[in-house]
Design a protein around this ligand. Sequence first.
Ligand SMILES: NC(=O)c1ccc[n+]([C@@H]2O[C@H](COP(=O)([O-])OP(=O)(O)OC[C@H]3O[C@@H](n4cnc5c(N)ncnc54)[C@H](O)[C@@H]3O)[C@@H](O)[C@H]2O)c1
Length: 325
Amino acid sequence: MTLILNKNDVASVLKMKDCINVVENAFLELANGTAVLPLRTNIPAPDGISLYMPAYLKEMGALACKLVTVYKNNPGKHNLPVVIGKVLVQDPETGDVVCIMDGGFLTAVRTGAASGVATKYLAREDKNQVAGIFGTGVQARMQLLAVCEVRDITKALVYDISDEAAENFTKEMGEELGIEIIKVNDPDDILEADIICAATSSPTPIFDGKKVKEGTHINGIGSHTPNARELDADIIIRSKLIGDSKEACFNEAGDIMIPLSDGLIKESHYYADLGEIVSGKKEARKNDKEITLFKSNGLAIQDTATAKLVYDKAVEAGIGTEIMI
Ligand SMILES: NC(=O)c1ccc[n+]([C@@H]2O[C@H](COP(=O)([O-])OP(=O)(O)OC[C@H]3O[C@@H](n4cnc5c(N)ncnc54)[C@H](O)[C@@H]3O)[C@@H](O)[C@H]2O)c1
């Protein structure tokens, strides 16, 4: 039997706190050599691109593959979203597909969770910290939730080029988190924050890296293609740079690739993979003055760990629809 989980099923069992735990373990497995993470396979299709993201986490007993398609004409032509994602979960003992689940909400939560893990290890530990969020879309919400799970956040500042999106975010996230959320009109105002998340769709830098204050931790999760970047060269140069994967950072992330090709940084500027920090192989924050920066591209180990979590919780709760294939 194969269990089918729709978006509501996934959302009903997937909590950020649990997701941060399993994503942390996934990064640990990657650092310890018990994860299998092949390169993402991309197939160009006539109207878009189809991406296959498989991974196996031996210690966790998690084997899965996420399929993501990006079809720009979907909304106009087929009344479907541009990005569609589904995850196939397999039983590592038999190889059989035991579950097919929606991957949209899962992707946002697992992306938030990676920033949660990075923030847990890299941000300063003071009480009463301020979060600053660039972008107020789907990902931005999960970034703020994750940061609030791992640090004492009493206030969040948010900025978006869409005033309406920022208004909605302020109202909805304020109600959900019960903290003060302030919409700002100048991107510079976000730089007052102790922990900054860049989660926009912008292809060009969204703030002046020279103005970021000492001791800040930044999660950069948007614009992960070679020619697009949310972060300028100044902030890359000033930061201790940690990525989810060095390979992904130097092959997919314009944030890193553009300053590298402009000769402004060397490859040696890359400090560590997140897994090396989690496993203690590399020292995390050295002092309260360092600026730490986590560049997230999104890895299949995050999807696989999260999908296994969702599957186990759904089975426990008896939700979803079982079908014989
Ligand atoms: N790293 C990962 O694992 C991962 C996973 C999923 C998505 N992403 C990326 O995260 C980003 C956000 O995705 P989303 O689903 O939330 O998109 P979204 O369209 O829901 O939201 C993006 C928001 O960014 C805002 N924005 C654009 N330019 C801006 C600027 N200069 N300053 C402030 N706000 C600006 C838009 O107005 C919009 O509200 C995208 O770049 C996406 O590719 C990364």
